[in-house]
Design a binder for this molecule. Structure first.
Ligand code: GRF
Length: 203
């Protein structure tokens, strides 16, 4: 499966996906990395891995529709079949999400549906939960509400700060996202028309 990864920054999730796609058993081939910000470390990671990169700077577009349209054009140019949002900090328009429905995965640093939105790690700390985690889900028009593919739980320690908890969650992300990539790229998991995921049974 031809995969695009969309990033906005460091790209540690991208790095985990690159390493997963390199495995001989992987069903995924990352064919392009797109960043909405120039010069970020994730772009260097892609280049080092020999993956083509594109920058679509959202500041250069007058509307979300034009920005999304340009992203869509790059995805079509590379014949992309599956899109992974890995620390991509833009909200995509309904038109784009509808077109790529079932082919768009996102990682969120909490056990959805808990703690949607920004600062999910901080929300968890403030709520006093003893377990949080990360979620890989299909992107739906409602933010952080799409069908869940993979989750990994992470304990909250009494000594945790937002940073220490975020670091531990990110380690879980680096396992959860590659796992979800394989499940969807291999066709084991897919999104049904009714918005729920279905798992291919071997029987
Ligand atoms: C991660 O914390 C992820 O949960 C959130 O953005 C961050 C991406 O980090 N969506 P990186 O760019 O993959 O290192």
């Amino acid at each position: 499966t031809r995969v695009a990864v969309l990033i906005s920054g460091t790209g540690t999730n991208l790095q985990a996906l690159i390493e997963q796609a390199k495995r001989p058993s992987s069903a995924a081939e990352i064919v392009v990395v797109i960043s909405n910000r120039p010069g970020v470390q994730g772009l260097k990671r892609a280049s080092l891995a020999g993956i083509q990169t594109r920058v679509v700077d959202h500041k250069l577009y007058g509307s979300r529709a034009e920005f999304d349209g340009t992203i869509d054009g790059v995805l079509e140019e590379f014949g992309v079949e599956l899109v992974c949002l890995a620390g991509f900090m833009r909200i995509l328009t309904g038109t784009f999400v509808k077109k790529w429905n079932g082919k768009l995965l996102n990682i969120h640093p909490s056990l959805l549906p808990s703690f949607k939105g920004v600062n999910a790690q901080k929300q968890a700390l403030q709520a006093g939960v003893r377990v949080t985690g990360c979620t890989v889900h299909f992107v739906a028009e409602e933010v952080d509400a799409g069908a869940i593919v993979v989750q990994e739980a992470v304990s909250v320690l009494g000594s945790d700060t937002e940073d220490s908890l975020s670091d531990r969650i990110r380690e879980a992300e680096h396992r959860a996202f590659p796992a979800a990539l394989e499940l969807v790229a291999s066709g084991t998991v897919r999104l049904k028309e009714d918005g729920h995921v279905t798992w291919k049974s071997n029987s």
